[in-house]
Write a protein that binds this ligand. Structure first.
Ligand code: NDP
Length: 433
């Protein structure tokens, strides 16, 4: 704590992983001798930079940009960029740290990193967003590359921003280096299913969790928080797998629609027109909007927090348990507080941590890199099949590892231990570096 002051989210993420690793360290004393834990908690490199830009009325703004290149034992640094006013070094470090183990769990050759800026894109014009992205990339480009560091989107960074970022990289470097960023548009090197991948993967993962105890999503009432990229496609896939999403939210409140959330309407409102969620009920008179409430008050059997970190607290977890929840899977990164996870554990609720449940996004980014490297483009069906197989394998790895370590059904332990083990093996092979 004294070494990384004022980074509570980073401390939270590290603590959660370290709490799982005791049995691994006893089994491998050589890891302790090589100070593997100390090394894995220290980013390989942290870049902090000034991002000056001019708004539409000629006013100059200065934001702070970050890229934390955390661990490259398994491949080039890989992880998204977040543009949100709340972004600080501690946020980026927590996300980058989680990313190391998530990327390891995918079984694909990608290291862990994360970045972003304390820039608030809400209410900004396309021109302002473009100038911000160009200024951001003008500094960051020198640290990126398909063999070095490969960013992607996250909160506040979608296809529009990736386009501006890639355009500026291409201009500065004079290289059409498709593999330097993922989440690209389909006509300029993007991969099918990348947009849907995190949400789809989360739905697949929770379906696997339910299957492990003889159930499935079919016929279940599901609550999803958020209504951004992850939430929209989690809702779509839950419906395809036979569940019904009865509520979703944004930062202004939540909507309840017992007929099942209309994904096309939600996508049109949030993805295309960038509106608030209360407009949903204007077009669905049977739905209701609850301003400022907690979406976890809506009774359901399955909950998928897909908005942001620490959005599901002890209070929310207790409400979910009272409402009959049997499984929770994190579509967002660390959306459940420690106390919430404790409530789930005490009440026998199956809990899938983000580094396993939302790994489908980065896995499909790695498939995008594969396609870029071979100058190929796969069909939707083939890519989705790959995604489904990867989510199955991640579930299997977590499940089997938890059993091997005497904690059946503990996906937190399973994900942390399975993710750490691959990284540790690679780091050990490289010596003290
Ligand atoms: P988006 O920006 O597309 O969506 C975020 C959504 O969460 C928005 O609907 C936003 O509402 C809502 N939200 C934010 N804060 C709150 C809150 N306190 N309460 C309720 N809703 C809130 O981001 P993504 O969907 O891409 O990312 C969501 C989460 O998933 C993040 O934790 C991210 O790190 C994680 N993730 C994303 C991946 C991806 O591929 N995109 C991959 C793996 C993880 P509003 O519109 O009002 O701001």
């Amino acid at each position: 704590v004294h070494r990384n002051p004022a980074e509570p989210e980073f401390h939270q993420a590290v603590r959660e992983v370290l709490e799982s690793l005791g049995p691994v360290m006893s089994k491998h004393p050589e890891y302790a001798d090589a100070k593997l834990i100390e090394r894995v908690c220290e980013p390989e490199r942290q870049i902090i930079f000034r991002v000056p830009w001019v708004d539409d009325s000629g006013v100059v703004h200065v934001n702070r940009g970050f890229r934390v290149e955390f661990n490259s034992a398994l491949g080039p640094y890989k992880g998204g960029l977040r543009f949100d006013r709340s972004v600080s070094l501690g946020t980026v470090k927590f996300l980058g740290f989680e990313q190391i183990f998530k990327n390891s769990l995918t079984g694909l050759p990608i290291g862990g990193g994360k970045g972003g800026a304390d820039f608030d894109p809400k209410g900004r014009s396309d021109g302002e967003i473009m100038r911000f992205c160009q200024s951001f990339m003008t500094e960051l480009y020198r640290h990126l590359g398909e063999y070095t560091d490969v960013p992607a989107g996250d909160i506040g960074v979608g296809a529009r921003e990736i386009g501006f970022l890639f355009g500026q990289y291409k201009r500065i470097t004079n290289r059409y280096e498709s593999g330097m960023i993922t989440g690209k548009g389909l006509v300029w090197g993007g991969a099918r299913v990348r947009t849907e991948a995190t949400g789809y993967g989360t739905a697949y993962f929770v379906d696997e969790m339910l299957a492990a105890t003889g159930g499935s999503l079919d016929g279940r009432a599901v609550v999803v928080s958020g209504s951004g990229n992850v939430a929209i496609y989690a809702i779509e896939k839950v419906h395809q797998l036979g569940g019904t999403v009865v509520a979703c939210s944004d930062s202004s409140g939540y909507v309840v629609d017992h007929d099942g959330i209309d994904v096309e309407l939600l996508r049109e409102l949030k993805e295309v027109r960038r509106r608030r969620i209360d407009e949903y009920v204007e077009q669905r008179p049977t739905a209701t909007f609850v301003p400022d409430g907690s979406v976890w008050d809506v009774p359901c059997q399955v909950a998928l927090p897909c908005a942001t970190q620490n959005e599901l607290t002890e209070h929310g977890a207790k409400a979910l348990v009272a409402g009959g929840v049997v499984a929770v899977a994190e579509g967002a990164n660390m959306p459940c507080t420690r106390e919430a996870v404790h409530v789930f554990r005490e009440n026998g609720v199956a809990f899938g941590p983000g580094k396993a449940a939302n790994a489908g996004g980065v896995a499909t980014s790695a498939l995008e890199m594969q396609q870029n490297a071979s100058r190929d483009s796969w069909t939707f069906e083939h890519t989705e099949e790959r995604l489904r197989a990867i989510m199955h394998d991640i579930h299997q790895a977590c499940h089997e590892t938890a059993e091997e370590y005497g904690r059946p059904g503990d996906y937190v332990l399973g994900a942390n231990v399975a993710g750490f083990t691959r990284v540790a093996e690679a780091m050990s092979a490289f010596g003290v570096v």
